[in-house]
Design a protein around this ligand. Structure first.
Ligand SMILES: Cc1cc2nc3c(=O)[nH]c(=O)nc-3n(C[C@H](O)[C@H](O)[C@H](O)COP(=O)(O)OP(=O)(O)OC[C@H]3O[C@@H](n4cnc5c(N)ncnc54)[C@H](O)[C@@H]3O)c2cc1C
Length: 679
């Protein structure tokens, strides 16, 4: 999910120490961030945390609006048996009745009520019911069970395979459009929103390979699993940090125009051709070609094709029975499939492969939601999130995840599988096997750049993605935004970012530039991740664990302190400096952890630092809990990335520090800007 060039080879990280005392602070004089604070609660626990802050309330879609569009079809119209026939559905029995003497109908054809009719009807109905229920009961149960199983299987099958293109015939898609967006994800959504705000009558056509209107992905690995009400989950609705509920869909379906009528509309609009894939762009004739050869002319075009999950080669060519138990995770259908599979009582062992963002988020979410299942997370690194967090923090996070119920298997890869009598087991490095009822492969993504080869567009050989300039332009009248863009960050160099906020901000800028703004992409996007309810963080810039880091952590209670006995060798050998400080009325402690990587280049430097800091290696150390704090990532002593660890609403300060491009003498002083003790 997160890509930035790993500069130094990953050698075992080594924690060294610094002997800075965390001095009393007069934060208020440095920067006034009072208006940024969202809570004065000292514990800063999750309920106050605006996780997913980039999903802004204005993007919310009131459920009522969304549901209204789903017209209820009477059961009799669907072909199902009519449970309570309405007047219009009742057969007109009178038309077939004889009209003679002795009949129960009057001469004018009206029915004449007689009491014995009622008695007879009740007797007949009772007897018939008894007979039918005793004869048919078992059959009916079996049949309905079978039907519901069939329906479920069918649903799963239809979800992934039998999708319908809308419109079904490409001829119904306009031949010429002013704005054409390729891909119907977050970047495309953000782009059409900004196009419409600058050009209200714009006619925007989105070609989306997924058969869905644009929706957001972050809740698929977090909030949707935390819903206790499964009906809400089934509707793809989730509770936001502010307590309100919303759908993952950005806009209700009635927001969108009909593809066929888009061009006729005076008011313009946004239409989504779903299930269609663009296979080629001709930048000279300004034409895109769909997979069936159909061509559409555009004035301005955006590529927002995102990324696709990688799979393990062993599963790519596996038999269908094995494939049915293995899932890669990206789409709403992946979520629904996984939720259905894991909820099945027969599913006991869920194996998540991968120790990055997605694998770790899913592992925590599943462990919390399905206490009775075994949730295993297998990864090749020593700890989870090891490519992003410094080692001491990734170890701490791994312990938190284990406390959530995740069974972690580190330093391990899946090498093969065995499938016998319907049972799947995975063969791990070292030869051990582990039974798997459901496998989730979360080993990263690759940018969707097939179009580059067919359209003579350039991609970055190292980090992938379509090469664009700072205005996100690949060619005249052709822009790229979101996960698929490899852009020039004027501060940090060439990058590709696979995060929601980047998709939103780059999509917005692309939309502005498509309407003539000509602006460079200067915004430093952020990202966030939640690992269960107690660990959440926001980050900005290049956060790569192979860079040297300095972490400053707050400590509020002695009870949280971790004993040195729980720590790895590196941690035992490292030192933590602590000080008691009085900040306003609150007594708090901080610790600073400097993590200089043990690469050939900096081993000497690390050693020197120990000597200079003059810390006695025998001195007993006690590791504090890394409950909340900041981690600075350094390149040539300049801060290039910041993780805000369980502290929130400080992103604007982080942006300023990053923009400063300064070599700071003492990052401890910089940390004070973030007032980490204050909420
Ligand atoms: C489960 C999950 C959780 C996440 N959680 C977080 C999080 O907590 N924080 C965070 O910052 N980020 C998170 N992300 C990442 C974030 O969702 C992505 O960065 C974002 O979706 C990227 O948006 P995009 O528009 O570039 O691409 P996408 O959302 O991937 O959309 C691209 C769309 O283009 C379509 N497409 C591809 N090729 C073609 C073609 N040739 N023709 C037509 N259509 C095409 C694809 O089918 C896809 O629908 C998460 C991602 C996932 C999967």
């Amino acid at each position: 999910m997160f890509v930035c060039g790993r500069i130094v080879g990953q050698l075992p990280a080594r924690l060294t120490h610094v002997n800075h005392l965390y001095r009393p602070v007069k934060y208020a004089g440095i920067v006034n961030i009072n208006n940024l604070r969202h809570s004065s609660d000292a514990s800063n626990k999750k309920p106050h945390k605006p996780s997913g802050t980039t999903i802004k309330p204005e993007e919310c879609v009131p459920e009522s609006r969304y549901l209204k569009s789903q017209k209820t079809i009477p059961a009799c119209e669907t072909g199902a048996s009519c449970p309570a026939p309405q007047e219009s559905c009742k057969p007109n029995s009178m038309q077939n009745q004889p009209n003679g003497k002795g009949s129960d109908f009057s001469k004018n054809g009206k029915y004449q009520f007689r009491y014995w009719h009622l008695v007879a009807a009740l007797i007949v109905t009772g007897v018939a019911y008894k007979i039918s229920s005793s004869f048919l009961k078992d059959d009916k149960t079996d049949q309905s069970k079978g039907q519901s199983k069939q329906k479920k299987e069918g649903r799963r099958h239809s979800r992934s395979k039998n999708k319908v293109k809308v419109p079904a015939d490409s001829k119904l898609i306009p031949k010429e459009v002013p704005y054409l967006l390729i891909g119907g994800g977050t970047a495309a959504f953000s782009a059409f929103r900004s196009i419409k705000s600058r050009d209200p009558k714009a006619k925007v056509l989105v070609i989306a390979q997924e058969e869905e209107f644009p929706y957001m992905r972050p809740p698929l690995s977090k909030e949707l699993w935390y819903n206790t009400d499964r009906d809400t989950t089934a509707q793809l609705r989730f509770n936001q940090w502010n307590g309100t509920q919303r759908s993952i869909f950005y806009e209700p379906r009635e927001f969108y125009s009909n593809v066929t009528h888009l061009i006729e509309s005076d008011k313009g609009g946004v239409a989504v051709a779903m299930g269609w894939k663009v296979t080629k762009i001709n930048v000279i004739s300004k034409t895109v070609t769909l997979e069936n050869g159909y061509e559409i002319n555009y004035d301005k075009c955006l590529i927002a094709t995102g990324t696709s999950p990688k799979n393990l080669p062993i599963f790519e060519f596996a038999e269908d029975n094995v494939k049915n138990k293995v899932i890669t995770f990206r789409t709403k259908d992946n979520f629904l499939d996984l939720e259905e599979n894991v909820s099945n009582p027969k599913c006991k062992n869920v194996i998540i492969i991968g120790g990055g963002f997605l694998g770790s988020e899913l592992a925590c979410a599943l462990a919390r939601s399905y206490k009775s299942k075994n949730i295993f997370q297998i990864y090749k690194e020593k700890f989870i999130m090891a490519q992003v967090l410094p080692e001491y923090l990734s170890e701490w996070t791994t312990k938190k995840s284990e406390a959530e119920g995740v069974r972690t298997i580190s330093n391990t890869e899946v090498q093969d599988y065995k499938y016998k009598n319907g049972r799947l087991s995975l063969v791990l490095t070292g030869g051990q096997t582990i039974d798997a009822d459901q496998v989730i492969v979360a080993v990263g993504v690759h940018p969707n750049t097939d179009l580059a080869a067919t359209s003579n567009l350039e991609t970055d050989p190292k980090i992938g993605g379509f090469l664009v300039n700072a205005e996100l332009e690949a060619r005249s009248n052709l822009w790229v935004a979101g996960d698929a863009a490899c852009f020039y960050d004027v501060k940090l160099g060439r990058r590709r970012v696979e995060h929601h906020d980047h998709a939103v901000t780059s999509g917005r800028l692309a939309g502005e530039n498509m309407t003539g703004a000509g602006k460079p992409y200067l915004h430093q996007s952020m990202f966030w991740s939640d690992l269960g309810p107690d660990v959440g963080y926001e980050a900005i810039g290049i956060v790569d664990s192979s860079l040297p880091t300095v972490g400053v952590f707050a400590k509020t209670t002695e009870a949280n302190a971790m004993s040195v006995n729980n720590l790895s060798d590196e941690q035992k050998n490292s030192k933590v400096s602590r000080s008691n400080e009085k900040s306003d009325s609150q007594s708090s402690m901080s610790q600073i952890v400097k993590n200089v990587n043990n690469t050939e280049d900096n081993v000497e430097e690390g050693k020197k630092e120990v000597r200079e800091d003059n810390i006695n290696p025998e001195q007993p150390t006690k590791y504090e809990d890394f409950e909340k704090g900041i981690v600075f990532y350094l390149r040539d002593d300049v801060v290039v990335g910041i993780v805000l660890w369980n502290i929130f609403n400080r992103m604007s300060i982080a942006r300023r520090v990053l923009a400063g491009n300064t070599k700071y003498e003492d990052l401890n002083e910089v940390a004070k800007l973030f007032t980490i003790h204050e909420d």
